[in-house]
Write a protein that binds this ligand. Structure first.
Ligand SMILES: NC(=O)c1ccc[n+]([C@@H]2O[C@H](COP(=O)([O-])OP(=O)(O)OC[C@H]3O[C@@H](n4cnc5c(N)ncnc54)[C@H](OP(=O)(O)O)[C@@H]3O)[C@@H](O)[C@H]2O)c1
Length: 377
């Protein structure tokens, strides 16, 4: 029987909005694009209450709070950042962090220090040392922490993994996936600016990576090529991962072209292809010789709710991480992405602080060296 590399969450086949326990009081940090989408779904959960929101700007925090029904709002005040003020709110139990990646570590570490459970947007952090620090902090405080890889909780992802687990594909040997879109060039935007962690790797590669982990398990090494723009961030990247047992995955991400966002998982008996974007496919086909089997999915109007249900269930049950999106997967990804960035020559201001990626420029870099550099830094 093939291994299942990603645990199935219990709520895959039920309504994610239905309560699974006592009501949790949530906080939200940031008022940008994804904060709005996820909060709009969060407030529909039967056992969630939006307690507080923070923003750099008090007025933005207040209008977001009125729009989504939060009891309190916090902006930066007297030199104290809004997220820090929110972290001191004793009525907030769990916080969703939706700032650009380069600010995830700063905000999340403050929340964990204050004893809050945290759901933090992808990419979890800028580099592996930041990620290691957050995980250590969460474990020390005994609080829940998860990277918001919402796609892992969608029924289509879980059903595709069921098919692999059942042996329908035979032994999976190869995965190919691409992700991307043409992003308007703005050197100040979070998609491009190095100080926000810009580039395709941290913003997009998280999604195909999650599929490859589901199909083949955590990779043991990565070879990376990237096309960098004048800011020094990757417009396009191509990652080849090697997995135990002689399997490969090839992932391409781009902010510089329209991409089909297609996924193929190839086994010795059959292959699986998704239809629609791999972030939220509306189905998949399994082709075995002349035969094709199809499964279709309608995730409805609340696709993020499957992830929010998992966070809620875990916190209600006293778990400190999700078996479906464990911290070990996030840490492995951050180490592999550090290796990929070292090979592509992409560095961020946050790397200097942590002594990460000290071997600048092309050339492979081991996980152990990255960790050693962080400890010495
Ligand atoms: N799960 C998904 O489907 C998904 C989709 C898109 C993005 N994301 C992730 O979510 C995060 C935010 O993305 P987004 O698209 O929502 O970005 P966005 O629209 O630019 O919003 C980011 C928000 O972060 C806050 N922020 C705090 N410090 C900031 C700073 N120094 N510079 C700029 N903004 C700052 C701002 O809110 P205030 O002004 O209120 O402080 C801003 O509105 C990223 O990590 C991204 O990868 C996830």
């Amino acid at each position: 029987m093939p291994t299942r590399f990603v645990a199935r969450p219990p709520a895959t086949d039920s309504d994610p909005l239905e309560a699974s326990g006592p009501t949790l009081r949530w906080g939200v940090v940031a008022t940008g694009g994804i904060a709005r989408r996820v909060t709009g779904e969060l407030t529909q959960l039967a056992d969630a209450r939006l307690q507080a929101v923070s923003s750099r700007d008090a007025e933005r925090a207040s209008s977001f709070a009125s729009e989504y029904g939060a009891a309190r709002s916090y902006g930066d005040e007297g030199g104290v950042p809004g997220y820090l003020r929110l972290s001191e709110d004793p009525d907030v139990q769990v916080v969703y962090v939706a700032t650009p990646h380069a600010h995830h570590h700063l905000v999340t570490s403050a929340l964990l220090e204050a004893g809050k459970h945290v759901l933090v947007e992808k990419a979890f952090a800028i580099n592996a040392p930041e990620a290691e620090h957050l995980v250590a902090l969460a474990r020390e405080r005994g609080v829940f922490l998860m990277e918001a890889v919402w796609t892992r909780f969608l029924p289509v992802y879980q059903r595709a993994l069921d098919a692999i687990e059942s042996g329908e594909l035979g032994l999976v040997r190869w995965v190919q996936a691409d992700m991307g879109f043409l992003a308007p060039y703005d050197p100040r935007s979070r998609l491009w600016a190095p100080e926000h962690g810009g580039g395709a790797l941290l913003d997009l590669s998280v999604y195909p990576f999650s599929w490859t982990v589901g199909a083949l398990g955590l990779p043991r090494s990565v070879s990376a090529r990237g096309v960098l723009n004048e800011l020094g961030v990757d417009e396009i990247n191509a990652l080849t991962f090697e997995h135990e047992g002689g399997s490969l995955s090839q992932l391409t991400s781009t902010l510089a072209s329209q991409a089909p966002r297609a996924l193929t998982i190839a086994g010795t008996e059959a292959s699986l292809r998704t239809s629609g974007s791999l972030t939220r496919p509306d189905g998949f086909w399994i082709e075995r010789g002349e035969e094709t089997r199809e499964e279709r999915f309608d995730h409805g109007p609340v696709p993020y709710a499957f992830m929010l249900r998992e966070v809620t269930r875990c916190v209600q049950q006293g778990l400190t991480e999700s078996p479906t999106m464990p911290l070990s997967h996030t840490l492995a990804m951050m180490h592999l992405f550090d290796d990929a960035r070292a090979q592509m020559g992409v560095r961020y201001p946050n790397d200097e602080r942590w002594g990460a990626l000290s071997g600048r420029g092309p050339g492979p870099r081991t996980h152990v060296a990255a960790r050693d550099a962080a400890e010495q830094g």
